[in-house]
Design a protein around this ligand. Structure first.
Ligand code: WT7
Length: 657
């Protein structure tokens, strides 16, 4: 191996010795400047949680009309927050900062994949959002009309979201990594009236035509009457007269539209996420409560000061991007970094180059990314001066202690607290997390519920389990940013989250343990949701994409533990009679999944099965498949219809290893 630097070897030795260290109190240097330094907020919130949230809502947001009632809990689980209050999300994110003379402040240091740079100020974002709002209005989009957004990580995606919220049109952002077929389904479910997309997107030096691909599905969406296309790659795009308009042309001719004062419970956005069935769930968030929770956590979990440069590496297509790239930072008036490209292009040090170049002080990413960096080696971060960093964050899945320690030592230089933030698309904002100036950290634990949050770990009967025992994570008190319903599907909302333990206890879908100190250790999902690189996918959705192949008879998909991606998709597939399964068929299946869902859902492993293990009533026993795939001893198999099936599969899996 080439000469490894002395520093690299030193760090690796140090990491070994760190493995035994269990607790990390806030570094004194950090604590001294922290916004919160003691347990006051917990105590105050405990005394009267609703009044405490009210104070935060007043302090953090501008309201055009005050609320009459802070929380209406008369019809659980349909809670309403800040009833009667009026505000506008875009105004809170942009106008008020510009009015206060902070229009020239940089909202985003944007960095393109080829190294291009753009500095986007609050005034510029407002200028564009005001005009795009006008364009949308002129196309007949009004309060309540859903607008689809299918854009890469460019400043226009922020403008698009805020222009929608300015006029009260809920946005439905679809991750750019999803295929156009997945886009079609989501736009169809949300009955979108308009779509904002790009001509083309870039990935590691290549470009892909987006608008041309989108055109393939537009005919299947008759209620979608407007497409606004951002020119990004410049590759040109087919435009249909009357329906399609260019972003730059439309904005050039438009005047400004003022923000619409909206009810606190006005829908802000719909975001589709995967559940236990193949049909994605349209999580609906509203305005006042969501912004309150997002703004409070943005400021205090990330200890956001005026001179911070904040960078969340997520994509806006996920809830992390909604809450902690767009709404949280902008409502707080922060300066952020936005990066269009991949973490290994042009080289594997690009993230650290960006941190150094813009003087990033707060860095928020996912455990899977950290594990990938570990694999690449400490040489890449060591090439750069990361001394501007003062706080690190983690989100998306449990972070294993080894990755935590590496993050702490190699990226944080041993001086930055790590906030391991637990939350979900449904919760809207962070609910379990350290406050970095107060909480003593334990690697791998999201530590404790934030002020105002009541989380517990319970057994099947809803009774709290003893410390150390595993149970179901639940939330027993409404919080302002919680989802209000599943879009146009209130029954599924109640059924999914509020049927297992009653209408006042939110069923999270995660297994967790509590330790003697009251720290939460999230274990993982208890439903058929898999978490691949922090991306949430439904096994049923992948299965239905696989069985769409004419040669496939049946498929069962499981999440298999994977060192780098957390979980990997493993598919057990049976083929139609007379079909000889081979590598070509496997490729076709993967291709089909990429087309129907997106590349991120392609199975890492396909195992040909003669038959799938089923119960006598015909249900596929996924638990067994998981055990087989991970090489574990099999548990109870007495309910199995045909035990022979298992022996065959075990042999197959062993052969593959
Ligand atoms: C699921 C939610 C929250 C934004 C990104 C994912 C898992 C999330 C953590 C964490 C352990 C975590 C849970 C949760 N998860 N954060 N800090 N520690 N697990 O949002 O796609 O809605 O997924 O991600 O299993 O239920 P999502």
């Amino acid at each position: 191996m080439a000469t490894r630097s002395v520093r690299a070897e030193e760090i690796e030795r140090e990491l070994e010795s760190l493995l035994t260290r269990e607790t990390f109190p806030p570094p004194e240097e950090f604590r001294r400047r922290a916004l919160i330094r003691d347990d006051t907020p917990w105590r105050e919130a405990q005394a009267d949680p609703v009044a405490w949230w009210e104070r935060q809502a007043r302090a953090l947001l501008d309201w055009s009309e005050p609320w009459q009632r802070a929380l209406d809990d008369s019809n659980p689980p349909f809670y309403r927050w800040f009833v009667g209050g009026r505000l506008n999300a875009c105004e809170n994110a942009l106008d008020r900062h510009v009015r206060a003379g902070r229009g020239d402040r940089v909202a985003f240091y944007w960095r393109g994949e080829e190294g291009e740079e753009r500095q986007v100020t609050y005034a510029q974002l407002l200028h564009d959002a005001e005009r795009l709002a006008t364009v949308l209005r002129e196309r007949g989009i009004g309060p309540g009309d859903v607008v689809g957004i299918y854009l890469p990580m460019i400043p226009e995606v922020v403008v698009a979201m805020l222009a929608c919220s300015r006029i009260g049109a809920p946005h439905n952002v679809v991750f750019g990594g999803f295929s156009v077929e997945a886009l079609r389904d989501r736009l169809h479910f949300s009955e979108a009236k308009a779509l904002i997309c790009v001509d083309g997107a870039r990935r590691k030096g290549k470009t892909v035509a987006v608008k041309a691909a989108v055109d393939r599905i537009l005919d299947e969406l008759p209620s979608l009457g407007t497409v606004i296309c951002v020119r990004h790659t410049g590759e040109g795009a087919p435009m249909r007269r009357g329906r399609d308009i260019w972003w730059h042309e439309a904005l050039a001719g438009a005047g400004p539209t003022p923000p619409e004062p909206l009810d606190a419970e006005h829908p802000l956005f719909v975001l589709y996420t995967s559940g236990s069935t193949a049909k994605p769930k349209g999580v609906l968030h509203t305005t006042g409560g969501y912004l309150t929770g997002v703004a409070w956590t943005q400021r205090h979990v990330f200890d956001l000061h005026d001179d911070d440069v904040y960078w969340c590496t997520a994509d806006v297509g996920w809830v992390t991007g909604h809450s902690y790239i767009v709404y949280g930072p902008l409502v707080c008036g922060a300066t952020s970094v936005m990066y269009e490209g991949a973490p290994d292009y042009p080289d594997k040090d690009i993230w650290w180059e960006i941190c150094e170049r813009y003087g990033v002080t707060i860095f928020y990413t996912a455990p899977t990314a950290i594990r990938t960096c570990i694999k690449w080696g400490v040489e890449y971060p060591l090439r750069h001066d990361l001394s501007s960093l003062r706080l690190l964050g983690s989100v998306g899945e449990p972070i294993n202690p080894k990755a935590w320690l590496w993050y702490w030592r190699v990226i944080g230089g041993g001086r930055c607290p790590i906030v391991d933030t637990w939350w979900q698309t449904e919760t809207g904002h962070i609910l379990i997390s350290p406050l970095p100036g107060v909480t003593t950290l334990k690697p791998g634990s999201a530590t404790r519920p934030l002020p105002g949050v009541d989380a517990a770990v319970v057994d099947d009967a809803g009774r709290e389990v003893a410390p150390g025992e595993q149970g179901y994570l639940v939330l027993r008190r409404p919080w302002p940013g919680m989802l209000r319903t599943l879009y146009k599907d209130p029954d599924r909302f109640v059924e999914t989250y509020f049927s297992r333990f009653g209408r006042e206890t939110y069923f999270v879908g995660d297994a967790a343990r509590l330790d003697e100190d009251g720290y939460f250790w999230v274990v993982g999902r208890v439903d058929d949701v898999v978490n691949v690189s922090g991306h949430r996918l439904s096994t049923a959705e992948v299965e239905s994409a696989i069985v769409a192949h004419p040669k496939v008879a049946e498929a069962a998909v499981i999440g298999q533990a994977d060192e780098r991606t957390g979980q990997a998709i493993c598919a057990f597939v049976t083929v139609e009679a007379g079909v000889e399964p081979d590598e070509r068929l496997a490729e076709e299946i993967r291709q089909g999944v990429a087309e129907r869902i997106g590349k991120l859902a392609r199975p890492a492993r396909i195992i040909w099965a003669n038959e799938l293990p089923k119960t006598r009533s015909g249900k596929i026993m996924r638990r067994l498949l998981r055990d087989i795939a991970e090489g574990r001893a099999l548990g109870d198999v007495t309910t199995l219809r045909d035990p022979e099936v298992i022996a065959q599969l075990e042999t197959k899996v062993r052969e593959l290893q």
